[in-house]
Design a protein around this ligand. Sequence first.
Ligand code: GLU
Length: 304
Amino acid sequence: MIRTGRFAPSPTGPLHAGSMVAALASWLDVRARGPQARWLVRIEDADTERCLPGMGEAILAQLAACAMLPDAPPVWQTQRIGLYVKALERLAAAQLAYPCGCSRKDIDEALVRQGMAHRRHGERVYPGTCRDGLHGKPARAWRFAATKFQATQPSGALRWRDRRLGDQQQDVAHEVGDFVLRRADGPWAYQLAVVVDDADQGVTDIVRGADLADNTARQILLQRALALPTPSYLHAPLVLGADGDKLSKQNGASPVDTASPGAALAALDAAARVLGLGPTAASSPADALAGWVPEWRTLYNPRP
Ligand code: GLU
């Protein structure tokens, strides 16, 4: 098995301090596994509404300026739609995906009727309204029958282990409900695309920001439903803004400056600090990266 890691940015803006940490962490984790291991970059542009033209290229240029070069040509999700179509067809054939005709308002009303908790992390828990049919409504989305599938699993809640955060668990059926795989207006949901792509690209080790940890149980459930292997997970520390919130493109995190080797080195050094790595005395991004590899090995113990 070739150990394979990846960085999978959404092209909604250039890299900012937070996405730089995820890029660096995933790169170091692969390099610390030895020369056979592969680092891939996937531009996650399946969620077409939030993506901006030219940003995928801009991110690749920033990575190159930081001497983080993928071991295979980067892939773009919009060129891989056929894979997602097939996965959805397989789930539907196994009666593990179904169309849903509910608007947000329909869902809110059903939640009130059922006396259910409205939202978790700002997201609606799906009350199962179209599980037994569309009730004459047109389909607006395809949902994964998470509740039905989770009931076939050995233990109630889904348990998984994070290499940094330790044991985790989530009862997807109750905390999330049957989640969306594809929206009717076209875009593919992150959950389905990421699971299909990671398996298709042979990704064995996922390293990404801790803001995504909450998605992992959903993704493992989908992997099992599609009979795909489950990679290892490490969710890296987040960069926090002055207000204590996670930095994101949405709350205006500014792009990292990689316009000169000195600027790129400073951006890498700041990201390394977030990951618990020491300051670098190197004079180029490539030398700095090489210097952090043994430190990463000690901190996070990646297997060759
Ligand atoms: N595309 C996602 C993002 O930029 C990350 C996906 C992942 O690493 O699983 O937030």
